[in-house]
Design a protein around this ligand. Structure first.
Ligand SMILES: [Zn+2]
Ligand SMILES: [Zn+2]
Length: 359
């Protein structure tokens, strides 16, 4: 097999294209050819210096790929399977979780693999961590034992599928937390506020509508509000007369004003799920009387479980619109532009790269 190519991040906005030998696979490991790697906002924040990240490393954690090799199963590592059910074969088109859990620690055993005590993350590991090909901004990736992998149906294109592994899984996890806190199986008849209509917020919008919710969205971008509208959301103006009428608020903006809008929007028994604040945003004032008198719940979601990845793929496959919301991939060598230049089409939610671009 030929060598792989990866874009090693050297800090700030510096990248170096490396050729690396294909690693030999241990039992149960999976080697994929990366078909499309999306540019998640958190990678942009990393490159702009807004958040700490291991360096040097290969970034990129929102990808879709094709299995090119599977390590022969061994005594301690059975053949890898699709977390949605079934076997995995060479040639399968798949997406995989951001997180790689140990499966052994108390948190994994309790079903919270998202917060495994020995968690490793795709696109977040130092180059010398002992995990070769650990990021999506590469021609190939090695998926260690413990990575949740699921197949992508034919009707879901590569660009849309790439959304599943970070934004999709996380948005679905946030919706599950909201329904669980409300003691409900779905959101039928409930008012849902989505704060921030980037990829996460837009997928959450589609997911909440699919669960029967009445969804309102707030965002600073009219373009994004229009896109959310195509998935069934109406526009919400923070501070308007309709404030205080929501059963669920999903916060994806990661800003103090977004958290404030979400909390202020809740009515009796409401649930605020915070997702966007994955780096320090400062403190946000909470009105304890509002929380007490209105029986509010405030909670958060970080990472997700394998079932959320499967559900994200199902959700994205329901609507062909997702494919056009991820910009056609730039060549991998133009990663710098994909991360730092604005998208050519402001209607897209994501830029992307691919080692081999077609069309
Ligand atoms: Zn991400
Ligand atoms: Zn664990």
């Amino acid at each position: 097999m030929t060598a792989a190519t990866e874009m090693v991040w050297l800090g700030a906005d510096r990248f170096d294209e490396h050729r690396v030998e294909m690693p030999e696979l241990w039992p149960g490991e999976v080697l994929v050819r990366v078909l499309v790697a999306g540019v998640c906002g958190s990678d942009r924040h990393t490159v702009l210096g807004h958040r700490d990240a291991p360096c040097p490393s290969v970034l990129g954690h929102e990808s879709v790929g094709e299995i090119v090799a599977i390590g022969s199963p061994g005594r301690d590592a059975p053949a890898p399977t699709d977390v949605g059910g079934g076997d995995l074969q060479v040639g399968d088109r798949v997406v995989w979780s951001v997180t790689v859990a140990c499966g052994q620690c108390d948190r994994c055993r309790a079903g919270v693999t998202a917060k495994c005590r020995h968690l490793r993350k795709v696109g977040h590991e130092r180059a010398d961590s002992g995990w070769p090909l650990s990021g999506g901004y590469a021609s190939h990736m090695l998926l260690p034992v413990g990575t949740a992998i699921t197949r992508v149906p034919d009707r879901l294109g590569n660009r849309a599928a790439s959304l599943a592994s970070c934004a999709g899984g996380t948005a679905v996890a946030a919706l599950e937390v909201a329904t669980r806190m409300l003691g409900r199986a779905d959101l039928s008849g409930l008012e849902v506020l989505v704060v921030g209509a980037g990829a996460l917020g837009t997928i959450a919008t589609a997911g909440a509508v699919a669960l029967g919710g009445q969804v309102a969205v707030c965002d600073l971008s009219d373009e994004r509000l229009r896109t959310a509208g195509r998935f069934g959301a109406r526009v919400h103006e923070p501070g308007s007369a309709t404030a205080g009428c929501f059963d669920v608020a999903l916060e994806f903006s990661g800003t103090p004003s977004g958290v404030h809008s979400g909390l202020a929007g809740l009515r009796l028994g409401g649930v605020l799920v915070m997702v966007g604040a994955v780096s320090p945003i400062g403190e946000v004032a909470v009105d304890p009387e509002h929380v007490v008198r209105d029986h509010l719940t405030i909670t958060g979601v970080h990472n997700y479980e394998p079932r959320h990845l499967v559900r994200a793929v199902e959700l994205l496959a329901r609507d062909p619109l997702w494919e056009e919301l991820v910009e056609a991939p730039l060549p991998l060598a133009r990663l710098h532009d994909a991360l730092l230049e604005p998208a050519a089409d402001s209607r897209t939610l994501r830029r992307s790269v691919a080692a081999v671009t077609r069309g």
